[in-house]
Ligand binder design. Structure first.
Ligand code: SF4
Ligand code: SF4
Length: 252
């Protein structure tokens, strides 16, 4: 019988083969911050582990003298798609070893509930539980080395894998509120709650999405959720603001 730690090593090797070196495992339990309808068991009742991994965003993109937004936009468009493909392949890799698994996509599709935007399973909470970093005051995950310059992906599986140790210390200095104060849309409040709709409205640079959301005919025929998940998906034109990343001292 293959031991759980051996499977974890195989997963690690698989991810390193995809040039991903940051990974962790969390128990697929219900987390107090997350409503039940967004838990792994809502999708897979047998889910026992959440595998999370991350790839940093180069500092050179965030602090580019010119074209930082264009570079960031393109980076996100490519990276989210490639991480989603890694999640697909890892799910199949686990199933070949007898463990049912499903990809947890990093960004889209989104669910909009009471004007709040959620991932089908909001991966960032399980990434914190998997020891990839700590949630910051602006709701982004901070990694000890890369700060909030991280894009994450994941898979959940029925395999019972040993969980990774969680990071307990907070990375945000007590007196730092730079991301909150500098947000041009005033989308982050001091409790760390982010108004995603406000952020999306400010950061959306997708002409077709803007047009369809404004147009009465489209609005009557399709939900905002459908429009966002069809027009913005794989293109990440809703990512044309990086102020909260740029001002964060953890990213320098
Ligand atoms: S991306 Fe821009 S608008 Fe959105 S929370 Fe960050 S600073 Fe605010
Ligand atoms: S800007 Fe300051 S408060 Fe915001 S995430 Fe970075 S360290 Fe934390």
């Amino acid at each position: 019988m293959i031991r759980a730690s051996d499977i974890t090593n195989e997963i690690r090797d698989f991810l390193v083969g995809q040039t991903i070196s940051i990974m962790g495992v969390a128990e697929a339990r219900q987390l107090p911050e997350v409503p039940e309808e967004f838990s792994p068991q809502f999708i897979m009742p047998d889910a026992r582990s959440v595998i999370c991994y991350g790839v940093p965003i180069p500092r050179g993109i965030l602090y580019a003298e010119h074209y930082d937004l264009s570079l960031y936009w393109r980076y996100c468009t490519m990276l989210y798609k490639s991480l989603d493909m890694v999640s697909n392949s890892l799910s199949l890799f686990l199933e070949e070893r007898g463990h049912i698994a499903s990809p947890l996509y990093g960004c889209y599709p989104m669910k909009i509930v009471k004007r709040e935007y959620w991932g089908l399973v909001p991966l960032v909470y399980w990434a914190q539980a998997a020891g990839l970093g700590r949630l910051t005051k602006c709701g982004l995950l901070a990694h000890p080395e890369y700060g909030t310059r991280m894009i994450i992906g994941g898979v959940f599986t029925a395999a019972a894998l040993p969980p990774t140790e969680t990071i307990e210390r907070d990375f945000c200095p007590e007196d730092c509120f730079a991301c909150i104060d500098q947000c041009p849309a005033h989308a982050i409040d001091r409790s760390g709650k982010v108004d995603h709709e406000r952020c999306m409205r400010h950061a959306n640079a997708s002409p077709p999405l803007a047009f369809m959301v404004r147009d009465k005919t489209f609005r009557e025929q399709f939900s905002i959720e459908t429009l966002v998940n069809t027009i913005a998906v794989d293109e990440h034109a809703t990512y044309s603001c990086i102020e909260c990343l740029k001002v964060c001292p953890l990213n320098r």
